[in-house]
Ligand binder design. Structure first.
Ligand SMILES: [Zn+2]
Ligand SMILES: [Zn+2]
Length: 446
């Protein structure tokens, strides 16, 4: 080895050593709580509960957090939960997990696969599965809570953990806010949440500054015709034919009206009409989902849907105007850009630079947006859940891994849970280090 080579090696060791040490330290801390978090994960996975019915789930989380010394308030917005740990002066930082599972029959074949069935809100018996990974988010939050409670010399301020019900029905965040999340408790200076998916390999996280996901709007259109005998269509006004024309015309909104390149999805997810082949029904109903990034595109599309539905009904001679109802909706999650920039550093230090990826906006939606709208600047980041080998193979062959909500969705818990805890701890310690004023000054709009 020449002197130059030796110098290069020494320089490399000097710069590489601190990152490696920090990563190892983060890893040791997580190891100490991992077994407990993992057993909670398996328990939650085997016992999923539907949206707004997360009673046992919330009680399990609340019990563990109470045992760790957190001040826990249950039943905030139905089954929601708020847990706080005060540790001197400093910012208040919120970390959020969802509590709910989905009406999906699990087909993963895992030894701890869910066999649970429950009654949905319409009274139908449905299979239930944590097909969106919220069980992993809860297990990570409890692991993180334990580390934070055991290392109070590494941070100061108030840590506020929230268990939000009914994310899958886009209602829980709103209900928690209406039940006084920000008035009964001090308003957090910033918020953090993560979501696991197969979009990236387990062991990694990804950050998307700015728009993270889409505005989502659910629309119900009801067309009023005039029923009668299928053999005498001339005596009727057929709502099915009007609905069919409406569906095709709706498809021209994204392709003809919205500027090419803008995010715009208009999907008719169901059409219900009729009971028998030789009866023309009185009415037809259809349900749509609309996804956009920009407020002005959203407005344009919603107006176009209404215009087209009314015009087609008129063209078909409908007896009255169709009803066009937006019955559910949420805004896009917006990641505060300065916050996203700031938190990259601690994430890289904890996980290794190569494990912190650049994310991109996704087509999903999330009611976390309500917290941001209520004035909590936030970072909502991605957590890798895919088996790294399967992920690489899928990338090479163009195959698709099971997405969230699939009956086959099964994130690789080790290391995804490990990474989730390490990431949350790193982010929280970073945010709970200075003063609330300094933190607020750093965020967008200040
Ligand atoms: Zn979901
Ligand atoms: Zn989810």
């Amino acid at each position: 080895m020449t002197r130059t080579q030796l110098l290069l090696v020494l320089t490399f060791l000097f710069f590489a050593a601190p990152a490696v040490t920090q990563t190892a330290a983060a890893s040791r801390e997580v190891e100490a709580v991992y077994a407990d978090s993992h057993s909670l994960y398996v328990d939650l996975h085997q016992n999923p509960e539907l949206s707004s019915h997360e009673t046992q789930t919330a009680a399990k989380i609340a019990g563990r957090l109470r045992a760790l010394g957190y001040d826990v308030t249950e039943h905030v917005g139905g089954t929601g939960m708020v847990a706080r740990l005060k540790n001197g002066p400093g910012p208040t930082v919120m970390l959020r997990t969802e509590l709910d599972a989905l009406p999906v029959e699990e087909k993963t074949g895992l030894p701890y696969a869910s066999k649970v069935h429950a009654k949905d809100d319409a009274g139908h018996e449905v299979p239930v599965m944590h097909a969106c990974g919220h069980d992993l988010h809860m297990a990570a939050l409890v692991g993180t809570a334990a580390i934070m409670a055991h290392s109070k010399d590494t941070w100061h301020g108030t840590l506020m953990l929230i268990g939000q019900p009914a994310e899958e029905t886009i209602s829980g965040a709103k209900v928690m806010l209406e039940d006084g999340l920000l008035t009964r408790f001090p308003k957090p200076d910033v918020g953090v949440a993560l979501h696991v998916s197969n979009r990236q390999p387990a062991g990694t996280v990804a950050i998307t500054p700015g728009i993270y996901n889409t505005n989502a709007d659910s629309i119900r259109i009801r067309i009023y015709g005039k029923g009668g005998h299928g053999a005498s269509p001339h005596t009727t006004i057929d709502p099915i034919v009007i609905a069919a024309r409406t569906i095709l015309a709706l498809q021209t909104i994204a392709s003809r009206e919205v500027k090419p390149g803008e995010m715009a999805v208009v999907t008719v997810g169901y059409i219900h009409a009729g009971t028998k082949n030789n009866i023309i029904p009185d009415e037809a109903e259809m349900g749509l989902t609309v996804r956009t990034y920009k407020a002005e595109v959203r407005k344009q599309i919603l107006a176009a849907i209404s215009r087209i539905a009314k015009a087609e009904a008129q063209a078909g001679g409908a007896i009255r105007e169709p009803s066009v109802e937006r019955y559910e909706g949420t805004d896009a999650v917006y990641n505060d850009p300065p916050l996203a920039r700031r938190l990259r550093t601690p994430l890289e230090a904890a996980l290794g630079k190569e494990n912190v990826l650049d994310g991109e906006s996704i087509n999903g939606s999330e009611d976390y947006a309500y917290f941001i709208e209520a004035g909590i600047p936030s970072l909502y980041f991605d957590l890798g859940g895919a088996d790294p080998q399967a992920y690489a193979q899928a990338q090479a062959t163009g195959a698709l891994l099971p997405s969230n909500h699939s009956s086959l969705f099964a994130p690789v818990v080790d290391p995804a849970l490990h990474t989730g805890i390490a990431a949350e701890v790193a982010v929280l310690r970073n945010l709970l280090s200075g003063s609330a004023e300094d933190l607020r000054r750093q965020l967008a709009g200040h």
